[in-house]
Design a protein around this ligand. Structure first.
Ligand code: FAD
Length: 500
């Protein structure tokens, strides 16, 4: 058995993807002689957004040995218990997607089947009352989960909102302390080997040529290596995810930071509000065929809590997937590998899972094609699962007040998603395929938030008497409400534990 003989890696791009890759690889190669070079161009800059995450980010930081409190202080981070959705189902309605379970399963039957049974009997049950993190979010409170929670009712997960620029700087310091070499400059050419078309080197505007064995493309939407040099191809998913533009602006923090991201449906898309310790990130993600860019910017500016502190910045993108993230000796991460729009804050998480696939299938200089094919297969599956989850948010709307929402309601959806919706509507069964980034509870929160009600429930939920069932639910609800009231305000939690 031999280890890998790859010891010269070139990363192109120094945004969140580039520095996450540099930090991970420097950790991966710790104690071994290897050269990791990262090229970035201050003149080109980074996309500069991407400030809301999902819980996997905690595992990523942990794997690097990063101290949580230090990270929170240095990136002005706040905690994120989930996402609040306003006006998505209908104007005036809201719901929460928490990073936690609802209730506990009883006698081996998922909790939501009991809720369906009670609802069928005429009870008004709010699923949110059975989610600890939703209750904390509603009170603007936060606590960290117990390592060994006394009951699964108190078990929950969380993520962060952070300043993307500060996070990249944090990882940069981490990586450079572990020997990563940073080169400032613009890549103006890519040299391919004559025999097999693999990348041999990149050429900077200074004239310097940087050779490598493995190239990580983190150059953002342009996909300088994976597309520019290797012409890998891109699959356009705008037929299902029609938003293709965004405008973003920052404001001062208005009141205490909320422990959740807020998204509010607008005429041709949706608006985000991401609270950090010192400011709020705001943006309007929209479909440019349904609204003019200028009107979108005006819409955003007219829905801010306070005055903007910078000029609005526009982004154009094509939702979809690079046909392969790994092509020859080039591995694409971040925006270079595809983009699913930011509704469920999944891009940074996809950088992380991309990196763990690279580590798991780390090549040697022969670049075994079956490994490459497997990584591409897994990556596609992961992208498709998240794609379906996001499409559900649009397809399930009851809004028909604008052309955009009428389009979303009427659009064809992938068969994989249609199958899931059909089974949920028929009998409350939540289909889980392999490699789902979002678990059952997440799907349930979206079905429930959009009032998708099953026609039947699991008949095993009838085994408990109605009186016993009601008593269980009352106890659960009371325990959760009491535990949430005992937590401290999110602002106080940060001030006490995490301020610089
Ligand atoms: P970039 O930040 O664009 O970095 C590209 C790097 O490549 C830069 O350093 C640039 O200088 C360098 N580069 C490019 N060309 C050259 C060249 N020729 N020579 C040298 N260097 C070069 N993700 C989330 O997880 N959560 C969110 O809430 C979220 N919100 C988003 C909102 C919007 C509107 C958009 C567009 C994206 C959002 N994302 C979000 C995605 C997230 O921003 C990205 O996944 C993340 O920032 C990684 O970007 P990147 O590093 O791939 O690209």
């Amino acid at each position: 058995m031999k280890g890998s003989d790859i010891n010269n890696i070139v990363i192109v791009g120094g945004g969140t993807a580039g520095w996450m890759a540099a930090a991970s690889l420097s950790r991966f190669f710790e104690g071994k002689s290897s050269v990791i070079t990262l090229v970035e161009s201050e003149q080109i800059g980074t996309v500069g957004v991407g400030e809301a995450t999902i819980p996997g980010i905690r595992q990523f930081n942990y794997s690097l040995g990063i101290d949580e409190i230090d990270f929170i202080k240095k990136t002005n981070a706040s905690f994120k218990l989930g996402i609040e959705f306003r006006d998505w189902y209908k104007p005036g309605r809201r719901f929460f997607h928490p990073f936690s379970d609802y209730g506990v399963s009883l006698q081996g039957v998922d909790f939501h089947h009991y809720v369906a049974r009670l609802r069928e009997a005429g009870a008004m049950i709010d699923l949110a009352d059975f989610s600890f993190s939703t209750q904390m979010a509603q009170l603007n409170r936060f606590a960290q989960p117990h390592e060994q929670p006394p009951s699964s009712l108190a078990d929950f997960n969380y993520a962060y909102h952070f300043d993307a620029g500060l996070y990249a700087a944090y990882l940069k310091k981490y990586a450079m302390n572990r020997g990563v070499v940073r080169k400032e400059g613009k890549v103006i050419d890519v040299n391919l080997r004559d025999d097999d078309g693999f990348i041999a080197s990149v050429v900077l505007d200074s004239g310097e040529t940087i050779a490598g064995q493995l190239f990580i493309d983190c150059s953002g939407f342009r996909g300088l290596l994976i597309e520019g040099a290797l012409q890998t191809g891109y699959e356009d998913w705008r037929c299902w995810l029609p938003c293709d533009s965004a405008v973003a602006v920052q404001t001062d923090l208005f009141g205490e930071p909320s422990p959740f991201t807020r998204t509010t449906a607008r005429d041709a898309g949706w608006q985000w509000q991401i609270p950090l310790q010192h400011r709020t990130g705001n943006g309007y993600v929209y479909a440019s065929r349904f609204v003019d860019h200028d009107i979108a910017a005006t819409t955003l500016l007219s829905h801010l809590d306070t005055e903007p502190i910078n000029n609005p910045k526009r982004f154009d993108f094509v939702t979809g997937l690079r046909k392969k993230i790994w092509n020859k000796n080039c591995f694409a991460l971040g925006l270079a590998s595809g983009f699913l729009e930011p509704l469920e804050s999944t891009s940074i998480s996809l950088i992380q899972t991309g990196l763990s696939k690279l580590m798991q299938f780390f090549p040697d200089s022969h670049f075994n094609q079956c490994d490459i094919d497997e990584v591409n297969r897994l990556h596609r599956i992961e992208f498709e699962r998240i794609r379906d989850f996001i499409i559900l948010h649009y397809k399930a709307t009851a809004r028909n007040d604008t052309d955009f929402w009428r389009f979303c309601r009427g659009m064809e959806i992938p068969e994989s998603l249609a199958h899931k919706i059909k089974l949920f509507e028929s009998r409350g069964h939540i289909v889980m395929y392999d490699h789902e980034a979002f678990k059952k509870e997440s799907w349930l929160s979206i079905y429930n938030g959009f009032h998708c009600q099953p026609q039947r429930y699991d008949s095993r939920a009838d085994r408990m008497s109605m009186a016993e069932l009601k008593s269980h639910l009352e106890k659960m609800q009371a325990a959760i409400a009491q535990a949430a009231r005992q937590t401290m305000s999110h602002g106080d939690f940060i001030a006490r534990h995490c301020q610089a």
